[in-house]
Structure formats: C-alpha cells, structure tokens
Ligand binder design. Structure first.
Ligand code: DON
Length: 303
C-alpha cells in the first residue's frame, strides 16, 4: 500500500489541477471574500503521527464542525436527557431548514442541523454567561488539539449575527415551543461565536483524535460515546448530503460551511480537509472528492 506521505501531495496536486472549485458561501458576508482556490489536508494516525499536504497551515472558519465538540460537551453535561430536546434522525433537509421544526413541535431532528445545534448550544450554555460557556468550548477544542493557538474570529461571529435572520427565526421558533432555556440572542451569540472558531487542517485533524478511539491518542470521552458521536456524524453530519457522503466516502464526517470536513476512520485515523468552495449541499466540493479518493486508496471504510 502506498504511504500517506506519497498519497497526500499527489492528491493535493490532483485537486489543484481540477478547475471546478465550487462556490464559497455568501450568506455570511465575512466568508464570501475567502479565496476558493485553496486546498489543504491533514491525517493523524493512531500512532499519533501527523501527515499533511497543501494549505495545511492556513486557519479557516470551522463553522458547523464545532457542532461535534459542543455535542460532546452537551452530552457530558446532560447525558441522555439531551435527547428529550433534540432527535437522532437524519433530516433530509438543508442545514438551515425550518419546515420540520413546526411539523415536529420544536424538537429538531438531530444535533447537526442548525436548529439542533442551537439546542445543544443552549444546553451547554445552561444558566451561565455566554463567555463562560465559550471558554469551556474553546478549552475543550484546544485540549483536544493539543495547542492553545486556536481562537474565535470575532469579525466572523459579528458578520453572522448581523445577517443571521434564519438562525434567529429558528431560535424564536424553538423558544415558542418551550425548547430554549435562554433568550434567543444569548444562545445565538454563543452559537455564532463557537461556529467562528478558526483552525488549520493540522489543528483540526489533531482535535479529531478524541473521536478515533486508539490507545496512543487522547481519551476525552467514553468509548461508547465515541461510537455514538461517529454514528451521528455518519447519518447526519452532511445534512441532506449525508447519504451521498456515506456512499462516496464511507466514513463518519462533519462538514462546515467554511469548507472544512472532519472525517474519522474508527480506531485508525482522524482526517481534516479544507477547500472553501462548496457543493450544492453546502459541503466542501473538493474536500469530499479528496476524501473519496483517499478512503479508496487507503482502503478506509466502516463498511
Ligand atoms: O449557522 C450557520 O449557518 C453557520 N454558523 C454554520 C452552518 C454550517 O457550517 C453548515 N455546514 N455546512
């Protein structure tokens, strides 16, 4: 089998040669100005070694990928009680869709669509001040990644807040069903800020180590919870593109609208890929392509 150090540069060259970079998200104005023609990839193996290629040292907005970390924290704080407020089923809808929320009495389908992540953020917030909840989230991510050089981009958070009509609609809808503990602006302020965390692919692959379940990697949650988070990433991590991602890549993954994807090979590796241009589901176009190729070449699949 070829080594990662041979595959990753070749994969990066292949991705850079492909003229279709997809389109960056424009609904968060601060992200609309990102150059789409970037590609980086990092893989941390179960032995702890990190292998990278391309733009692997450029920090990008991880956006919805933080939903995995906030879910882990929410489950740590509330355990299975969380599932009274949010479901565990794929939605088959866009990440910011509102229709099911009315049909299903304000209980979001899963913790990775925006409505569900607003609920898990509200659970992490509890009765604390937003800055205390954010400090816990950032600390969790830094601890997972093994570095303190991970920060929230305040400009991105403010930009999303200024144009966050959809998320405000979702939060008010949740509140109308009694499924929000805090005022919508407090929970959303926390949510926008954790979505605005920035990481490189190296940092994100390192942060994903806690989901791999390997003896040499940091243990932050129980093996059972690792399996369950991976199951949710597989079934819901790419929204209405989750089936397509499972078919093409065959690994649990979580995407972000900044163009990042965190994918996990259980017991084997944590992979972070980034390319800002998106496909029609709002997931990284080249990130998905690259993961499909890498998984095939390494024979990585949960199936
Ligand atoms: O709430 C939002 O719309 C963004 N902060 C996160 C959305 C996102 O990353 C969707 N993922 N592909």
């Amino acid at each position: 089998m070829p080594t990662l150090d041979a595959i990753l540069p070749r994969l990066t060259d292949e991705m850079r040669a492909d003229p279709d970079w997809g389109a960056v998200a424009t609904y968060i104005p601060e992200l609309a100005g990102v150059d789409p023609e970037q590609f980086g990839i990092s893989v941390v193996l179960a032995d702890g070694t990190c292998h990278s290629a391309g733009d692997c040292d450029t920090q990008f907005s991880v956006q919805s990928i933080t939903k995995v970390f906030t879910l882990a924290i929410a489950l740590g704080r509330s355990g299975d009680q969380l599932w009274e407020r949010v479901g565990r089923e794929p939605s088959g809808r866009a990440f910011n869709s509102i229709v099911q929320l009315e049909q299903e009495q304000g209980r979001p389908r899963n913790p990775f669509i925006n409505a569900g992540a607003i609920v898990t953020t509200d659970e992490v917030l509890g009765t604390r001040a937003p800055r205390d909840a954010l400090a816990e989230i950032v600390q969790f991510v830094r601890h997972a990644a093994g570095t303190d050089d991970i920060h929230i981009n305040e400009t991105v958070a403010a930009s999303e807040n200024a144009y966050g009509h959809r998320n405000y609609a979702l939060a008010h809808f949740l509140a109308s069903f009694g499924n929000l503990l805090n005022a919508p602006e407090l929970t959303l302020g926390t949510y926008f800020h954790h979505c605005a965390i920035e990481m490189t692919t190296k940092q994100l692959a390192m942060a994903g180590r806690f989901l791999v379940d390997a003896p040499a990697l940091p243990r932050m949650i129980s093996p059972q919870r690792i399996r369950r988070l991976n199951a949710l990433m597989m079934t819901c991590g790419h929204y209405d593109g989750s089936g397509d991602f499972a078919y093409r890549v065959g690994l649990p993954g979580k995407s972000g609208v900044g163009g990042g994807i965190l994918a996990i090979v259980p017991n084997v590796a944590s992979i972070a890929v980034w390319s800002p241009g998106l496909n029609r589901y709002g997931n990284s176009l080249k990130g998905t392509k690259a993961l499909a190729i890498l998984a095939r070449e390494m024979s990585w699949s949960v199936f």
